[in-house]
Design a protein around this ligand. Structure first.
Ligand SMILES: C[S@@+](CC[C@H](N)C(=O)[O-])C[C@H]1O[C@@H](n2cnc3c(N)ncnc32)[C@H](O)[C@@H]1O
Length: 313
């Protein structure tokens, strides 16, 4: 236990959360301890981390201050905010949704109820594109990138931030998600190299690009009710629902892929057990193309995470 998590010693203040439960704390360390205990009792695996992140988010103190000034006295407003956050988390809302942002590949992305909460394993797609760009001496080239199902823009905007001469288009069917992606482009300073289009996948024709990335909805529709409440109740179903077998979006995009990427790289995120099927779908639509190489890449946990397809003209 660190100094910031020690049990309360002074007389605590009480505040009331949204569901009427009483939250009692006077100092930063008491707040962390109180939240940690309640999350631990609720069985959350990341109870202590969640408690710290929410106290930091509610008070605006830095991580360092949390450790160095655990006796900092909380204001009533801070107490009320912490109490609210505690109730939201106990209602299984993810910490990133409560705070409204999520770190992805070292940058902070704003998220909203209209966007998926970006997952760390999706960074595998970024690594895949950057490895390809390095191997082909493209890091400084004016690459054109398309991201289908852009959500918060985490894939497209990270690539634009990493590849200083690249520009690109983010497509999504949700206007509310595109608004968030646009805000993130502005926050990350890449707005002048990003455009956003509201459309249904690749149903409307797009120009050709060098790099294609997509993290489409790929959950089997009937499995959605069994997902963890953090996902089922807070990620938009539009971002999860991959149709009856989870593969609907790959089937819709596959016929367009060699015209969108005549010579370049396409990377699709997949579920851990979808690699063979997604490769088969893509192969059946790329047979006429001169050279196509496929690779299924794993994430850091060792699960299949994306299918990469290189087209050579
Ligand atoms: C799994 S989320 C991925 C979001 C983000 N790229 C990420 O990696 O976190 C899928 C995204 O596809 C969008 N989407 C769903 N159906 C679509 C469609 N028919 N055409 C375009 N986008 C769609 C959803 O709104 C959602 O933003």
């Amino acid at each position: 236990m660190s100094k910031s998590d020690t049990p309360p010693e002074s007389t605590p203040k009480a505040a009331t959360g949204t569901k009427g439960a009483t939250f009692i704390a006077q100092t930063l360390s008491q707040a962390v301890y109180t939240l940690w205990r309640s999350f631990d009792e609720a069985g959350f695996e990341t109870a202590r981390l969640d408690a710290r992140l929410l106290v930091i988010g509610a008070t605006g103190v830095s991580r360092e201050a949390l450790l160095q000034t655990p006796e900092m006295v909380l204001t009533e407003d801070q107490c009320a905010r912490i109490a609210r956050y505690q109730q939201q988390r106990l209602g299984r809302e993810p910490v990133s949704r409560i705070l409204g942002h999520r770190d992805f590949y070292g940058r902070s992305f704003k998220i909203s109820p209209a966007t998926l909460d970006p997952r760390p394993e999706t960074e595998t797609l970024i690594e895949c594109v950057l490895d390809y760009a390095k191997a082909n001496d493209l890091l400084q080239k004016p690459l054109r990138i398309i991201d289908v199902g852009t959500g918060s823009g985490n894939l497209l905007l990270t690539l634009l931030a990493e590849l200083p001469n690249a520009s690109g288009v983010g497509i999504d069917i949700s206007p509310a998600a595109l608004k968030v992606a646009n805000d993130n482009a502005s926050r990350l300073g890449v707005l002048e190299r990003a455009t956003f289009q509201c459309q249904d996948g690749l149903q409307e024709p797009v120009e050709s690009f060098d790099i294609f990335v997509s993290n489409p909805p790929y959950i089997v529709r009937d499995h959605i009710p069994e997902l963890a409440p953090e996902v089922r109740d807070f990620d938009p179903h539009l971002a999860l629902d991959g149709g009856e077998d989870g593969l609907a979006f790959y089937r819709e995009m596959a016929p367009h892929i060699t015209s969108v990427i005549p010579a370049g790289l396409a990377v699709f995120e997949i579920g851990y057990d979808q690699g063979d099927e997604v490769v088969d779908i893509l192969k059946s639509h790329t047979q006429g193309h001169r050279t196509v190489q496929f690779e299924v890449k794993k994430d850091l946990a060792g699960h299949q995470r994306c299918v990469a397809l290189q087209t050579l003209s």
